[in-house]
Design a protein around this ligand. Sequence first.
Ligand SMILES: Nc1ncnc2c1ncn2[C@@H]1O[C@H](COP(=O)(O)OP(=O)(O)OP(=O)(O)O)[C@@H](O)[C@H]1O
Ligand SMILES: [Mg+2]
Length: 139
Amino acid sequence: MFERILVAVDGSDHSMRAVVAAKDLAQKSNGEVRVVHVHEREFPAVRGAVGTAETPAQAGRLVERYVKELEAGGVSTSGDARASGLGGAAREILHSAEEFDAGLVIMGTRGLSDFAGLLLGSVAHKVIHHARCPVMVVR
Ligand SMILES: Nc1ncnc2c1ncn2[C@@H]1O[C@H](COP(=O)(O)OP(=O)(O)OP(=O)(O)O)[C@@H](O)[C@H]1O
Ligand SMILES: [Mg+2]
């Protein structure tokens, strides 16, 4: 069940902890990991409200960094950097999970946003709500 693990990263410390959990679990189950990062495009009209100033190249390098981290731990790993469509990051994470045929999705409870008091970020919330496989949220 946990032999194909999708881990979602946004560059936050939370998602780094999700990568550590994915590595640990994959090592124990002799599993395979895919790292997904959704590049959230910035819309000029709402600059600062959504998205980041991240370029597609930076998104690719972010994924690459985590792929190397997992491979250094002896885990067979692939990467998936993709652009956000209308459904936002959550929808792309769900698509990536389907494509990879993931048995488990691992993500952080929170991400890059800075709202004090929020228990669970909106991306994590949507993925838990719609995923067809178990979702582990790491804090
Ligand atoms: N763009 C993304 N690509 C891949 N994974 C993501 C992305 N954004 C968030 N995640 C995953 O979801 C987890 C929770 O982040 P989320 O975005 O839900 O919380 P937040 O940033 O604190 O709040 P919000 O974005 O709702 O304002 C992250 O730790 C990461 O695992
Ligand atoms: Mg976020």
